[in-house]
Write a protein that binds this ligand. Structure first.
Ligand SMILES: O=C[C@H](O)[C@H](O)COP(=O)(O)O
Ligand SMILES: C=C(OP(=O)(O)O)C(=O)O
Ligand SMILES: [Mn+2]
Length: 394
């Protein structure tokens, strides 16, 4: 890598970075980073470029984006059965939605690298340091296993590569074109996957195809936004209800200086009762700025609550309500609602309430296995797809 590129990376990473673990042994982290810097990356620049073209089509209203998967992948669940089940659900939803929209569907999994989690609190209910994803520490409530362990970055890399090989096999069999994505959160890992490519030597983050900046790390002058600005990959930004139109346009000035259609996906996750209040102002200001973004609705993260039985959950009706309001606002303003972003699994979990099987507060305990946030199960995801298909047709 050129000295200029290294300097630009260092400049970005000297900014304040939220949600990073405090590693007990900085030298061990440096050792892991060196190993990863010389390792073959997970994805290829040509694949990232293909996704850039696909997302440009979404931004122009010529394709629809379906993104979904686990909230948090785990090493233990990185099995053909689990990966296959999640991909099957994603593909079936995409088939329903593509048919309804009469458009090609760009399919992106939260997969092959979704191992880092931002958290609301530093400690959990046992008073232990919180679980931050398998790439950092263990979900097991044992103080020793909650200490951030840099070797986990090597395991995350190996697991991502294995999942990527599994996905590529589907691609080679001609079953489907599926892209990967995860939150660009753990900077000690993400920085090691930057590789210069192409005539201009642009930096590709080859830990994945698509990366997004989360709600808790989107500080305008923070390290995550500056780091994302260096990457050639398409970038998502999660926008919660406190996002202001001015702030959003400032993200676009920094992340999309060349006005590349689809370079940025604005992933609104506002909460079912906030969309009509917050989204119109953002859409109007972004449209006036001339940046051609992908508008995507994350119908999960603004709709989380605790059940009377003590489980973190989301109700199907609120998830659907957020999607409905998202489509309604875009229709009203004449902009294109480009896609959806969901936490889901093909496994028969009971983590979200409602749906045709009426999962209740008391049903949640039957099969609640998520490592972080509640996911739609296969039936709930398909039911949601059918309901969204009706909106697309109307
Ligand atoms: O996936 C998103 C966040 O990591 C998650 O919602 C935070 O969860 P917490 O509020 O339980 O920390
Ligand atoms: C952390 C996540 O979401 P958000 O940043 O929108 O809260 C997520 O997508 O799992
Ligand atoms: Mn989540």
């Amino acid at each position: 890598m050129s000295p200029e590129a290294l300097q630009r990376i260092d400049d970005a990473l000297t900014r304040p970075a939220a949600q990073q673990p405090v590693w007990p042994d900085p030298q061990a982290v440096a050792g892991v980073r060196d190993s990863l810097l010389s390792a073959p990356p997970i994805t290829l620049p040509s694949e990232v470029d293909r996704l850039r073209r696909r997302l440009a089509a979404v931004a122009r209203g010529r394709a629809f984006l379906v993104q979904g998967g686990d909230c948090a992948e785990t090493f233990a669940s990185n099995t053909p059965a689990h990966l296959g089940a999640n991909l099957r659900t994603l593909l079936r939803m995409s088939a329903v939605l593509g048919h309804a929209a009469r458009l090609p569907v760009v399919k992106v999994g939260r997969i092959a690298g979704q191992f880092a989690k931002p958290r609301s609190k530093a400690t959990d209910t046992h008073g232990l340091p919180v679980y931050r994803g398998d790439i950092v520490n263990s979900a097991t409530p044992d103080p020793r296993l909650r200490v951030p362990d840099p070797d986990r970055m090597l395991r995350a890399y190996a697991n991502s590569g294995a999942a990527m090989r599994f996905i590529r096999r589907l691609h080679r069999c001609g079953i489907a074109e599926i892209f990967t994505s995860h939150e660009c959160l753990l900077l000690d890992y993400e920085r090691t996957m930057l590789r210069p490519a192409g005539p201009g030597g642009r930096l590709y983050n080859l830990s994945s195809h698509f990366l997004w900046i989360g709600e808790r790390t989107r500080q305008l002058d923070g390290a995550h936004i500056a780091f994302a600005a260096l990457m050639a990959n398409p970038i998502g930004i999660k926008l919660g209800p406190t996002a202001t139109p001015e702030e959003v346009v400032e993200y676009l000035e920094r992340l999309d200086p060349d006005h590349e259609p689809g370079r940025v996906t604005l992933i609104t996750r506002l909460g079912h009762d906030q969309v009509e209040k917050v989204l119109p102002g953002i859409v109007e200001k972004v449209e006036a700025s001339g940046h051609q973004v992908v508008w995507q609705c994350d119908a999960m993260h603004g709709n989380t609550h605790e059940s009377t039985t003590g489980y973190k959950t989301r109700h199907f009706d609120r998830i659907l309500a957020e999607v409905r309001s998202f489509f309604a606002v875009h229709r009203e303003l004449g902009t294109y609602p480009g896609g959806i972003h969901l936490e889901l699994t093909g496994e028969p979990v009971t983590e979200c309430q409602g749906g045709a099987l009426h999962v209740s507060d008391h049903d949640l305990r039957a099969c609640y296995s998520t490592a972080c946030d509640p996911r739609l199960n296969h039936r709930q995801a398909m039911e949601l797809a059918v309901r969204i298909a009706r909106i697309l047709r109307s």
